[in-house]
Design a binder for this molecule. Sequence first.
Ligand SMILES: Cc1ncc(COP(=O)(O)O)c(C=O)c1O
Length: 390
Amino acid sequence: MGREGRPPFRSCGSRPRLGEICVTPDWSIKCLVPDLPAPEDILPYLRTMHDNRWYSNFGPLVNRFERDIAAFLTETDGRPLHAVAVSSATAALDLMLRAADLPEGAHILLPAVTFPATILTVMNAGYTPVIADVDPVTWDLTPAIATAITASMPIAAVMPVAPFGYGLDIAGWQGFRGDTGLPVFFDAAAVLGQQPVSADMPMAFSLHATKPFGVGEGGLMVTGDADHAARIRRIANFGFDQGVIVEPGGNSKMAEYFAGVALAQMDRWPGLLSRRRALYQFYEKTLAGHGLGDMLRRRPGGVVPATLPLDTRGRARDLMAAFTARGIQHRQWYLPPLHRHPAFADCMRAAETLPVSDRLNDSLVGVPFHGFLTETDIMTVCDTVRTVCA
Ligand SMILES: Cc1ncc(COP(=O)(O)O)c(C=O)c1O
């Protein structure tokens, strides 16, 4: 432990560039460690790619990944799905919104507690984001919240987010869609592999290195509509159709290299998920042993989240200070809420104040959660939580 209760710091080695912080905390327990396939797992796919001499533009590995992942995902009513592999979840959201063909400036409702890509894609598509507060128990924009808001202000579409990789209430959103007729686009970035999909409502997933189903960079758009998938694929490739541009697009394609990593990661997924589930359950048991079980969000459907926020009920700063003093890395994922970012301070809000999101900003702390943790690590984390929150 360093002096004055700070964790020991390590020089970053190389000469710092202008404005770069040149020391990094030497955390004894890291918050997130990516778990991606080893080179030997990827190599067979890279060999196939090289033998094919096909490196991008809807190559055989991308086609195979799209087919395999669409077959692997569960559709709520057993209908077939179509997956489009792209360069990131941000690109998938962007493509979904462009293909929505809503009027310029249309109001899109989204939650305050999310990663900024959610609102950025809405703004970049020329729509008007409307920031909503979240549910105090599930920390997300629920169908009930959206129903109340759409009854009192003009909303053209809703973009719910699976917060922290906890699952989305698909049945509830199907009901919302049936009742209001409004389109729903899901930002399910952090929950690939565990989230059922509805064929009627497109869903975006991330393959970023920090996600449980990490590939490096990459994203997926999943839909039940083959024509919609074909259009998304076309806009992801400049808007080309048979050699001419039929509508303006860009370049968001997934390269064969990443599809190779994605296929290798699919092979590992059952093992990855069961390790994460065991660690989550150990957290549950240890926190419950300290009488702190209610700091975890409830998990309908038993989804194992991507990150693990604990609700300190207003003691986030104290817990973060205690973690820092013990060299435990932590992170306030998806916080501050969107309306607290300078770039979004002037964005429209569904209500003047967003008290639940503001409370979560003072309360949620993401604790270390990744496949390389040991039970001793988890006991150390929970013991620190106990000293502050019990
Ligand atoms: C809710 C949410 N939306 C979008 C993104 C962006 O994903 P990507 O990095 O693949 O663009 C993330 C990534 O953290 C996310 O958590």
